[in-house]
Design a protein around this ligand. Structure first.
Ligand SMILES: [Zn+2]
Length: 203
């Protein structure tokens, strides 16, 4: 429910490769949520190979990040209420990624989160790149507001795809059963360090 492609600017993954990798890992579907664009999602959906591709975007608003799912048009505004309006106007669904991961600049403003809670469809309660305590807080918030939780890898590199995932009772209607996978925010750093090492020492 949370994967980035080369259109995010901080990932080099090709949309078609993501679909292929997801399939290989046994995922029945994948949501592409690039930063501020649906380009990656559209391209992935054109190469779906039997995988259910949800076109999404992770929008940086004036109060932090919001995810829209099932989009068919780019979100133009960057004001949080208007972003939610735009998502809903095109029949999309709204989630907040890593809402209590205050280490990140993208985490939503806590007061604003309370204000928009009744407009949300989901809360990301298991982000593979967040610490467990941030995810636990998100799960508590979701429970308090009676909102379904989503699990997402927040993958920017191929090996991260599927580290956290969401099991749906009904995939078409997006009715959540439960989330799966463990969070370990340091894990994505290992290959980065390795790549740096290889580049530095030319081996
Ligand atoms: Zn993300």
């Amino acid at each position: 429910m949370h994967v980035h492609t080369k259109y995010s600017g901080d990932s080099r993954m090709e949309p078609a490769d993501i679909v292929r990798i997801a399939k290989k890992k046994g995922l029945t579907g994948i949501a592409v949520t690039d930063h501020n664009t649906i380009k990656g999602g559209i391209e992935a959906s054109e190469n779906r190979e039997g995988v259910n591709v949800i076109v999404g975007a992770e929008i940086m608003t004036d109060y932090g990040e919001v995810i829209g799912y099932r989009l068919n048009q780019e979100i133009k505004s960057r004001r949080i209420e208007e972003v939610i309006d735009e998502i809903k106007q095109q029949g999309g669904l709204v989630s907040v990624p890593h809402p209590f991961d205050t280490v990140r600049k993208g985490a939503i403003d806590q007061i604003k989160l309370g204000e928009i809670a009744d407009r949300l469809d989901f809360v990301e309660t298991r982000n593979a790149r967040s610490f467990w305590f941030s995810n636990d807080k998100a799960a508590r918030f979701a429970a308090e507001h009676n909102l379904p939780g989503l699990g997402g890898s927040d993958a920017h590199m191929a090996f991260e795809i599927g580290r956290c995932s969401t099991v749906f009772k009904d995939e078409e209607k997006m009715i959540v059963d439960h989330v799966e996978g463990a969070s370990n925010p340091l894990y994505p750093l290992y290959p980065l360090l390795r790549t740096k090492f290889y580049k530095t020492f030319h081996i």
